[in-house]
Design a binder for this molecule. Structure first.
Ligand SMILES: Nc1ncnc2c1ncn2[C@@H]1O[C@H](COP(=O)(O)OP(=O)(O)OP(=O)(O)O)[C@@H](O)[C@H]1O
Length: 242
């Protein structure tokens, strides 16, 4: 399938400490899970893709648009749910998404439809006129995803989207995320193999800033039935965790 994003030779350091080393990755439509232990470089990778972090070495290309040379256009094709974010709790869901659509340069004529499409995408249409303060933590996460998709991004980044949710909310999100990958590249960062089994079709394993595996979930588990259990085994074999 056609690549959406090409990451080439990306390295990143924080005051001398290497967080990413020479990362080469192609991202395609569907859901790619970036898996790795604490400190592996997952958030740094999403930071570089989102342009929240300045690229120090290498390049990121989104459908022919370079993330540094043409940052404004690159950002117009991007949606990002950071690990932690603050919502304006006094606004209604619809007011907040309308504001976000305006900030993300969605043309005025298409703004109301974009808000409705984003509400539908996260199954929040019935809550559109409620204040954000009245919604649960799981609903807040959905509002966070809705703001990330309101500009119809070709690349959607979700940093640890299931963290802090209760089991029911987590199940709901695990059903939602694959639907978002139908027509765009979705990248989720996680350290839960259960998230990978439930949401992803591709896996990128990072350890100490380097790519240890890049392929389909099927290739990762070498085609041996019961995905979650084998994902754990394959992951432990790769990163040496017990
Ligand atoms: N702002 C920073 N300053 C210095 N070092 C940092 C900074 N942010 C991250 N690091 C270091 O860079 C490395 C990669 O961190 P990163 O947060 O990208 O990993 P991660 O895989 O997202 O980890 P986690 O699962 O804990 O969120 C780690 O060694 C981390 O300590």
């Amino acid at each position: 399938m056609e690549n959406v994003v090409q990451v080439r030779g990306v390295s990143h350091r924080y005051r001398g400490a290497i967080a990413l080393h020479e990362v080469d990755v192609d991202l395609r439509p569907g859901v790619t899970a970036v898996l790795g232990p604490n400190g592996a470089g997952k958030s740094t990778f999403l930071g570089v893709l989102s342009t929240a972090l300045r690229i120090q070495r290498g390049s990121v290309d989104l459908g022919g648009i370079d993330s540094v040379r043409d940052r404004r256009r690159y950002r117009a094709g991007l949606g990002f749910l950071p690990q932690s974010f603050t919502l304006p709790t006094n606004l209604t869901v619809r007011e907040f998404l309308g504001l976000t659509a305006w900030q993300r340069l969605v043309p005025r004529a298409g703004r109301a439809a974009a808000v409705e499409a984003a509400l539908d995408a996260v199954d929040l249409a019935g809550r559109r006129d409620e204040r954000i303060s009245a919604l649960s933590g799981g609903m807040h996460r959905r509002v966070g995803i809705a703001q990330a998709v309101v500009n119809h991004p070709r690349l959607l980044l979700l940093d640890e989207p299931t963290v802090g949710l209760d089991p029911r909310q987590r199940r709901g999100l695990r059903e939602l995320v694959p639907t978002l990958g139908a027509d765009r590249a979705v990248v989720i960062s996680t350290h839960l193999t259960e998230d990978v089994a439930a949401m992803a079709d591709r896996v990128l394993v990072l350890a100490e800033g380097a790519v240890r595996f890049d392929g389909t979930v099927h290739e990762f588990t070498a085609g041996r039935g019961r995905v979650a259990a084998h994902l754990d085994a394959a992951y432990e074999a790769l990163v040496g965790e017990s």
